[in-house]
Design a protein around this ligand. Structure first.
Ligand code: UTP
Length: 295
């Protein structure tokens, strides 16, 4: 039987972004820009490119700017029209979800990623869905979620993107063990959130892209807090693995963790170097800064 089409995606954006204070005191971290697009817009672009057309945001306090960003801005549109700025106006219209295609629900307390996902249960209903962590920019010719969708058509069940990390960093991530790590798509045999050093089943970490069966919501409803006192999605996936298959898809592009300062800065440089309007000038600036005797 063919796997059902994935129409809906969840974007959990209720975290406090404490690593970016004071920038994130009044501005959601998902609205910080990588070049001239908010981080969240890059991730929505990835979902759109994979065929998603229903965007479900799990927001929290002080996240109103995200809702405004995906809304129609009447005064701005009219001003752009009057000033003949058609290129900018068309680009804005292109980025905007269609009427009724974006939904927002609130996670009143940041109790963990698993809890944030559970908050979207009524908006997702009884169909498989994608989940994209907006902090993690996945950069590749074929967008990560599109690669996962192609795998999902073959495997069904649940699909998780993974990527290798250095062995001494496995304790920082959700880690999976797989049947055959040499295959691009392989059945997951085990999964653990932040394993103590030296105990990880492999060096393949969960990168923040998932295709999940809605049965996960039943498990999340009962899920006790795990690592860090938070309701962990990985713990719920471990429980779901007893009932359904999970496959890992190895992502072979670049990943930028925009929840960390270095990842965010690296993403800005990498994405700007790809732009023909910025590349030359940015290279000159980098050369000037790195050859400075003050460094
Ligand atoms: P992080 O732990 O990286 O985000 O969660 P954070 O808590 O905002 O960051 P710091 O550590 O305080 O700087 C990964 C993703 O899960 C979401 C976050 O918004 C982020 O996109 N999240 C996390 C929630 O939506 N709710 C939560 O309770 C926790």
């Amino acid at each position: 039987m063919a796997s059902p089409r994935i129409r809906k995606a969840i974007f959990p954006v209720a975290g406090l972004g404490t690593r970016f204070l004071p920038a994130t005191k009044a501005v959601p971290k998902e609205m910080l820009t990588v070049v001239d697009r908010p981080v969240i817009q890059h991730v929505v672009d990835e979902a759109k490119a994979a065929g998603v057309d229903q965007f479900v945001f799990v927001t929290g306090r002080n996240k109103g700017a995200i809702e405004d960003h995906f809304d129609y801005q009447f005064e701005l549109e009219r001003t752009l029209l009057e000033r003949g700025k058609d290129k900018e106006r068309i680009a804005l219209a292109h980025d905007q979800p269609g009427a009724g295609n974006a939904s927002f629900t609130r996670q009143q307390m940041p109790l963990g990623l698993g809890h944030a996902v559970w908050c979207a249960r009524e908006l997702i209903g009884h169909e498989p869905f994608a989940l994209l962590l907006p902090d993690m920019l996945h950069h590749a010719k074929t967008p990560c979620l599109a690669t996962m969708m192609a795998a999902y058509e073959k495997t069904g069940g649940n699909v998780v993107a993974v990527s290798p990390v250095p062995e001494d960093q496995t304790h920082l991530y959700g880690i999976v063990g797989v049947e055959d790590a040499r295959q691009g798509i392989s059945r997951i045999t085990t999964m653990i959130e932040k394993p103590p050093q030296g105990t990880a089943p492999s060096n393949l970490h969960i990168t923040g892209r998932y295709i999940l069966d809605p049965e996960i919501f039943e498990i999340l409803a009962e899920q006790e807090p795990g690592a860090g006192g938070e309701v962990q999605l990985t713990d719920a996936m471990v429980a779901l693995m007893q009932r359904q298959p999970f496959h890992a898809v190895t992502f072979d592009g670049d990943i930028y963790d925009c929840g960390s300062k270095i990842g965010f800065l690296a993403a800005n440089i990498a994405y700007a170097l790809e732009r023909s309007d910025l590349r030359g000038a940015l290279r000159s600036e980098i050369d000037r800064l790195t050859s400075s005797t003050k460094l």
